[in-house]
Design a protein around this ligand. Sequence first.
Ligand code: PGA
Length: 256
Amino acid sequence: MRHMQRKPLVAANWKMYKTVMEAVDTARRMCQRIAADAVAEVMIAPAFVSLAGVGEAIRGSRIVLGAQNMHWEKEGAFTGEVSAAMLQSVGCRYVILGHSERRQFFGETDSSVHRKIVAALQAGLIPVFCIGETEAERDSQQTFSVLERQLGGGLGQLNDQEIQSLVIAYEPVWAIGTGKTASNDQIQDVHAFLRRYLEDKYNNALAKSIRILYGGSVKAGNAKQILALPDVDGALVGGASLDAESFACIVESCSG
Ligand code: PGA
């Protein structure tokens, strides 16, 4: 049974999919389709160019807006980058940081992810801080040490209050976009490990109240069992979030 303090979050990561028109259209359909009394908080993270349009489409609904990345500096000569204040100004409440695709293809490191987390919190955005091991790391029994390193590096010297206001997303790299979901035992083991780590390093209240999402091939067919695991507080969904109907089914899989 999930701790009452933790309201589940089901988040859509649209990655580099959908034109502005397609994004707005899907967002509108999600607003119509997702019941007003759904248990989970719902977030959509479209590409930067679609944030304003999707923000407009979901205005007044129960869906909130998130971004997929940002830069850590407040402003400056950083061609192609977007700041936390810019995301705030377009209505974002969340920002996904340290996604494995950013780490893998765009050179993000634990320390750059840390700088982004600090900047996001300062701007009042809620970071969805992603961590996860590769297949090779799991096969060589390094899962927990990798997660510890990523978590320690990303959180750095943040204080309890700051850590409490972010969301962690555990996404095993080998399960992202592959259709290979981690087993329920693998997911629960890691989530319980992360909560223990937070309890040891910080305190019990923090460990109990922080939300830890699972991501990696979550779909309508497996969401219910994953979301029912005691230490899973929601899902970060890629592929299956692109379609309004399948995403709504995942949201509905979340029970209290
Ligand atoms: P997936 O992606 O659901 O397509 O595996 C998850 C993610 O990358 O956040």
